[in-house]
Design a protein around this ligand. Structure first.
Ligand code: ARG
Length: 587
């Protein structure tokens, strides 16, 4: 059990003793890690939270609780301020925790009590449109959430819901027939298809005739023309091959690639069903879902306020011309995931501008009586150094492929400078880990909802909260063990470590906290909790290493300090693995 849970149970017992049935069963007995260590390691404000409704003085009530608890094994207690209960963990308790962590491959992280089937929908680029840096956020955040959710013992299904059915195919088909250079297509399918799309798009603006021809190609595709279907399939196949190369370099993989087109046959019956059930109705020839008045107008995704009036913004699920829309596909997709995958939870890692779309989808599901843990995991934009959307010098969107290549090249320079004597092949591998790690860490250390500035120098710096800094810390630990001709994986404790020095205590405190940090990520899908924890851990390791000699100490103390180093390395490696980042042992 984590320390937080143990302390919270203690408080619960005391409160039950004091209040009996007057203790509200839903009362959340929160115990938080303290911000300021001078006041202890953990803190609870439960006395203050309850005192109000009990009409008690919060400080006196806190004292009552502490008195009821008496001596506890884990910590000393103290009342502070208006009624906080502070816990100062005893070194012996930390030492015992570290001891059990040392023999545990999961490093103290318990699996979830209620495992779920979670479908994670992320990345999802569009065929014949570029996968740009905006997709980087979805791809990296989604992959981390999948890793963490899996590690917590859930059944996770990753699904790349690519946009493989859209109006862009009218232009692609026309371009394929009139413009295509097949040799380029084999070499770089994604860029070539994109170029075709751009060229034809430009042409359509000049020549109305071409635009009409493109539209006709699209209609032919939609009505099942064999030639067009074959070209369309080939485009998807080529794109998928190109994308897989990118995902491989990122070490990101999907269980399924069920793109939008997969649901085409389900759309008409779905709309029919929604109409029959009175959830959708016709409006100006289109089929729409309107508000059912369930929410207050402020929270209603089918209403907007205009000039002081609430106006309807229905979800259109069939256009007047009979065509279906993004929303229709998403409803069918959700159905499929519930039916086929038995999903308890479906998480969509998609940019903030689609907020309204997902709110409407989830609300339509509510109207249909479909329930589950549906989340739109939104994120902000990536900006250039000028604080405007991140673009290339000539104003084009930056492609993910180019970002990866540049990251590896830049990292290569850093690695060669740092350690020119390493064999070239190893340098190459390290550059890969550092470059890709840098992009991932820069992403994952942000609050996902804020915009962030894409800054090469900052993300590749060897100091600060960067992947290279963490990788370097890990390398340092590996080199300590190389000097003793062992590997940290071979170190286990025979007895609890000695925690005498402040720096040892601080490192212990953070190591033990790993078990609390990992589950907390999923509460609100925030990988930055883990990223900042790992940074703090690495910093604390450096302070420890400066203050406490390891190899130059002796006997039990040496054993104990080596064990702290080994545990740090293991937590760093496990934590970075959850972020999808590789740690080389040398660099
Ligand atoms: N292809 C979409 C885009 O690029 C993202 C799809 C997200 N997933 C979903 N089920 N809607 O904006």
């Amino acid at each position: 059990m984590t320390i937080q849970k143990t302390l919270s149970r203690h408080l619960q017992t005391a409160l039950k003793n004091l209040l009996g049935d007057a203790l509200p069963p839903t009362c959340k007995i929160g115990v938080d890690a303290a911000q300021d260590l001078r006041y202890g390691d953990y803190q609870s404000n439960v006395a203050m939270a309850l005192a109000r409704s009990l009409q008690k003085n919060p400080r006196a009530f806190a004292e009552e609780i502490v008195r009821n608890l008496g001596e506890i094994d884990e910590a000393e207690m103290e009342i502070a301020g208006p009624g906080f209960i502070n816990f100062r963990i005893r070194p012996a308790y930390f030492a015992r925790k570290l001891f059990s962590m040392s023999g545990d491959p999961r490093l103290g992280v318990a699996t979830t009590e209620h495992p779920q089937t979670i479908v994670i929908d992320f990345s999802a680029p569009n065929v014949a449109k570029p996968m740009h840096v905006g997709h980087i956020r979805s791809t990296i955040i989604g992959d981390t959430l999948a890793r963490v959710a899996r590690f917590m013992g859930n059944k996770v299904i990753t699904d790349n819901h690519i946009g493989d059915w859209g109006t862009q195919f009218g232009m692609i088909l026309w371009g394929w027939k009139h413009k295509l250079q097949p040799e380029l297509l084999e070499k770089d399918p994604i860029a070539t298809l994109l170029q075709v799309y751009k060229d034809v798009n430009a042409l359509c603006k000049e020549k109305a005739e071409t635009l009409e021809e493109c539209k006709a190609e699209l209609v032919k595709l939609q009505s099942g023309d064999t030639e067009n279907l074959a070209i369309w399939k080939r485009c998807i196949q080529l794109t998928r091959t190109g994308l897989e190369k990118i995902y491989d370099r990122l070490d990101i993989h999907f269980d399924y690639w069920l793109g939008e087109s997969f649901y085409n046959d389900a759309l008409a019956p779905l709309v029919q069903d929604l109409m029959e059930r009175g959830i959708a109705r016709e409006s100006d020839g289109a089929v729409c879902v309107f508000s059912d008045g369930f929410h207050k107008p402020q929270q209603d995704p089918f209403l907007v306020s205009k000039d002081g009036q609430w106006q309807a913004v229905p979800a259109i699920i069939r256009k007047a011309d009979g065509g279906f829309l993004y929303a229709t596909t998403d409803l069918a997709t959700l159905d499929y995931r519930i039916r086929q995958f038995h999903a308890d939870a479906i998480w969509y890692v998609v940019g903030a501008p689609q907020d309204k779309h997902f709110k409407q989808i989830f609300d339509i599901e509510r109207m249909r009586g479909v329930t589950g843990d549906f989340r739109h995991i939104a994120f902000g934009s990536i900006l250039g150094k000028d604080r405007r959307p991140f673009k290339t010098r000539d104003g084009e969107t930056v492609s993910l492929q180019d970002v990866i290549s540049e990251a590896i090249e830049r990292a290569g320079r850093v690695v060669r400078e740092k350690n020119p004597s390493l064999p070239e092949e190893e340098q190459e591998k390290i550059a890969q880990a550092v470059g890709i790690g840098a992009i991932k860490f820069a992403e994952l250390s942000q609050n996902r909802l804020s915009d962030y500035i894409f800054d090469w120098d900052k993300m590749l710096a060897l100091t600060g909260d960067t992947a290279p800094y963490l990788q370097n810390s890990f390398v340092r630990i590996c080199s300590i063990f190389r000097k003793t001709n062992t590997h940290f994986d071979a170190i286990t404790l025979d007895s609890p470590p000695i925690l005498r020095h402040d720096a040892e205590m601080q490192l212990a405190r953070l190591l033990v906290r790993f078990a609390e940090v990992v589950p907390a990520i999923l509460e609100d899908c925030r990988p930055n909790i883990l990223a900042s924890y790992l940074y703090e851990l690495a910093r604390s390791f450096h302070s420890f290493y400066e203050a406490c000699p390891v190899l130059r100490s002796e006997g039990e103390e040496r054993e104990s300090r080596l064990a702290l180093c080994a545990l740090t390395a293991r937590v760093l490696r496990r934590g970075m693995d959850l972020l999808g980042i590789t740690l080389p042992e040398r660099m």
